[in-house]
Design a binder for this molecule. Structure first.
Ligand SMILES: [Zn+2]
Ligand SMILES: [Zn+2]
Length: 219
């Protein structure tokens, strides 16, 4: 297990591979195009990520994305012309990532006995969100493992805090050494431990919260 949250890392790779599959194989696939149309071209995050992925791969380039988004633009123009209401449904990539998140978390809880010692001795730290998801399943199925995981998690977080403190101390004018690689990486690791990495699942949750708040204010 590498540094950072293993679930977030799996979701990041999954997202990337899904976008690549779309761009390599499904640019002209009508069923995929229908899915794009439902959200008028994915959510903001996935739309930009798709373009970035296309540009960063010389084998792809922007043509496939251009073909898809020309269609989305035409759809939007047609709606606007006809005075219809613009419907923007859920982004299907977000839904896919959320599904993958659920499966990954469940798979971890099923193999928790095997995974705990590997996790404990690794540099990995589950982010708050994914620890909570795993914990809530384990509390019902296997409370002992939930408790062991909580202890391991606490130890890891405290070690991370130590690294962070020695990083901060290196900024003292009396400090003689430069920060080590571990100290420098303690900052992004801490943000990852608290907030996870950006992906369809974490962003979608925020979106939903915003929407419900909007409804409440409206009332
Ligand atoms: Zn995570
Ligand atoms: Zn999305």
């Amino acid at each position: 297990m590498k540094e950072g949250c293993p679930v977030c890392r799996i979701l990041g790779e999954y997202e990337e591979s899904e976008i690549n599959t779309i761009l390599y194989e499904h640019v002209n696939d009508p069923t995929v195009r229908v899915k794009f149309k439902e959200s008028l071209g994915l959510c903001t995050y996935h739309a930009w990520k798709t373009l970035k992925t296309a540009y960063s791969n010389p084998l792809l380039g922007p043509l496939g994305v251009a073909i898809i988004y020309e269609h989305m633009l035409s759809t939007y123009i047609k709606i606007l012309e006809s005075w219809e209401k613009v419907k923007e449904g859920e982004c299907f990539l977000c839904l896919l990532v959320e599904e993958k998140e659920k499966d990954t978390v469940e798979a971890i809880t099923e193999k928790i006995e095997e995974l705990l010692p590997v996790y404990e001795s690794s540099e990995a730290i589950l982010c708050k969100r994914h620890h909570e998801m795993i914990d809530s399943i384990l509390r019902k199925k296997n409370p002992q493992s939930a408790e062991r995981l909580r202890k391991v998690q606490l130890e890891k977080l405290k070690k991370l805090r130590e690294r962070m403190n020695s990083f901060i101390n290196k900024f003292d004018y009396k400090a003689l050494e430069r920060p080590t690689r571990e100290e420098v990486s303690s900052l992004p690791m801490t943000i990852e431990a608290l907030k996870g990495l950006e992906n369809g699942a974490t962003l979608r949750k925020k979106e939903r919260k915003k929407r419900t708040r909007g409804v409440l204010l409206w009332r």
